[in-house]
Design a protein around this ligand. Structure first.
Ligand code: ATP
Length: 499
């Protein structure tokens, strides 16, 4: 049974990957040179979908919350930043090599995959025990213990199928490069492995210039780079990816209240974009990072199992304290309001709650969730219809304008409609092939509405609008199109659920 499920899961992911390539969502990077592992490019449809996801996140953070503002920090940062954050000294991942296949894996990922298999087989108790033991060993930095656990659990290399493992070693995931043009003058800098530190080092700049009062947040979207050892599962784990992070600065002692609030708010966000609640779950961390006093992942049920899409971390005052120490610049906030509450005025380093989502993982989740295959009857024939059921607000193209034929003045009329609506929506105009084929093409890229212009249009200024999901058509005046489409595709319908 488990094997059958596995095959089904693999087929689903394989179908989604090839669909993404065939219809212009995601291409392997530098494909003409045979590609680069774990690096991908977004095509003409993919970039629209990804931009919509990022814009929606941005608006939810900065437009719905008076006390959250944005930032766009540089990718390169002073090398001491990474000393302060702990990325140079303590952010090492445990890795293990298989001597037969010569493949390298993250030891914790191998164990987590085994735990997921146990859970799928209905053995939840063994799964939890395994994760708890791994947590204990990693906490104690007992790398020999981690290796023994892998051997004891009979975890095999997926490529060679053997348990011929090396010892477990620590590996730094940061990419480094040189800055400066003359050899003697160069110094090593890093491509940022997370966007958060750009926010921390600008905490006082934003607080002072924006006259922000704690509690407040700073949101940022940007690229991050990690030299991931395991490059699998399509865009789930990439070496160059994009994060959408928000650091929320709070008074010490109030952090758990805010942690719970953001934990809840972020899960509701995923549901608001159309992800079924049953496909989302929380997963508390077994091992807390050195900076955290609470941490949870929001996981989505991908075809390859429940996996992290976003992390919510209570990071204490670790980062700001570290930056204060290394930069020798005070990172304190003066809290006037403490006096009003009868407490003395206070200078303190705020505590931080972080919400950290991967734009690419949310993209993959949205694509997996949208991918539909259904059986339909056309005349006597039964066929499989594939379509992408995106939330209309996220769909790359909102409407297609389709003249029924290429003559009789229909293209001119359709172009007129297109030229009017293009100021409001991203649309496609198409007159090649039969109308049926054109509907199919729009289904495959997830366009919510197809607007057909026919001979009746010339007489009474009405068009038919076909709905992607139900395939039903309604006739309506051209003058109503804007309102009709806008109601479905406007971010407002999602924002209202979150306000
Ligand atoms: P994982 O355990 O899967 O490696 P992580 O716990 O290291 O993830 P964080 O450091 O918390 O991830 O990063 C926050 C978010 O950034 C993740 O929830 C994920 O959506 C995204 N992310 C992290 N690493 C990658 C990657 N290599 N490729 C794509 N997205 C990533």
């Amino acid at each position: 049974m488990a094997t059958q499920d596995k095959t089904l899961e693999n087929t689903q992911l394989k179908d989604i990957v090839s669909h993404a390539k065939e219809y212009g969502f995601v291409f392997p990077s530098s494909e003409i040179y045979d590609g680069m592992q774990a690096v991908y490019d977004y095509g003409q449809m993919g970039v629209e979908l990804k931009n919509n996801i990022k814009q929606l996140w941005w608006k939810c953070m900065t437009q719905l919350n008076q006390n959250v503002v944005g930032l766009d920090a540089a990718i390169f940062m002073h090398p001491l930043t990474w000393k302060a954050s702990g990325h140079i000294d303590s952010f090492n991942d445990p890795m293990i090599d298989n001597k037969d296949s010569k493949k390298r894996y993250r030891a914790d990922v191998l164990i987590e995959e085994k735990a997921a298999r146990l859970e799928n087989e209905g053995n939840k108790e063994a799964c939890d025990a395994l994760l708890a033991e791994m947590g204990r060993l990693l906490e104690a930095e007992d790398l020999d213990g981690v290796r023994e656990l892998i051997i004891r659990e009979d975890i095999k290399c997926p490529v060679s199928g053997t348990t011929n493992w090396t010892e477990v070693r620590q590996f730094n995931l940061m990419f480094s490069t040189q800055v400066g043009s003359v050899a003697e003058d160069t110094s090593t800098i890093y491509l940022r492995p997370e966007t958060a530190q750009g926010i921390f080092v600008n905490f006082l700049n934003v607080q002072k210039t924006g006259r922000m009062k704690v509690p407040f947040g700073i949101a940022q979207i940007g690229k991050a780079f990690r030299n991931e050892i395991v490059a699998r599962q399509f865009i789930f784990r990439m070496r160059e990816f994009e994060q959408m992070e928000m650091q929320f600065f709070v008074r010490p002692g109030t952090e758990m209240e805010w942690y719970n609030k953001w934990k809840e708010t972020r899960k509701v966000w995923h549901e608001a974009i159309g992800i079924p609640a049953a496909k989302l779950r929380y997963h508390d961390h077994e091992k807390l990072a050195h900076y955290a006093n609470a941490a949870v992942d929001i996981e989505y049920q991908f075809p390859f199992g429940f996996k992290e899409i976003e992390g919510i971390h209570s990071r204490t005052d670790f980062d700001l304290t570290q930056h204060q120490e290394l930069s020798k610049k005070k990172q304190q906030y003066f809290d006037n309001d403490l006096n009003e509450e009868g407490k003395p005025y206070g200078n303190y380093i705020p505590y931080v709650i972080e919400t950290s989502a991967g734009a690419d993982r949310l993209f993959l989740m949205t694509l997996c969730n949208a991918y539909q295959e259904e059986e339909i009857t056309e005349g006597d024939a039964v066929k499989t219809r594939t379509f992408l059921k995106f939330h209309p607000a996220l769909a790359p193209v909102k409407a297609a304008i389709l003249p029924l034929t290429k003559k009789d003045g229909l293209p001119e009329k359709a172009t007129e409609i297109f030229n009017d609506l293009k100021f409001d929506f991203n649309m496609i105009y198409e007159e090649r092939d039969s109308i049926g084929k054109r509907y199919t093409r729009q289904d495959l890229i997830g366009t919510p509405f197809c607007i057909a212009v026919d001979h009746q249009t010339l007489e009474d200024n009405t068009v038919t609008v076909r709905d992607r999901d139900s395939r039903e058509q309604v006739r309506m005046p051209i003058s109503e199109l804007r309102t009709y489409i806008d109601k479905a595709v406007n971010f407002r319908s999602i924002l209202e659920k979150l306000a």
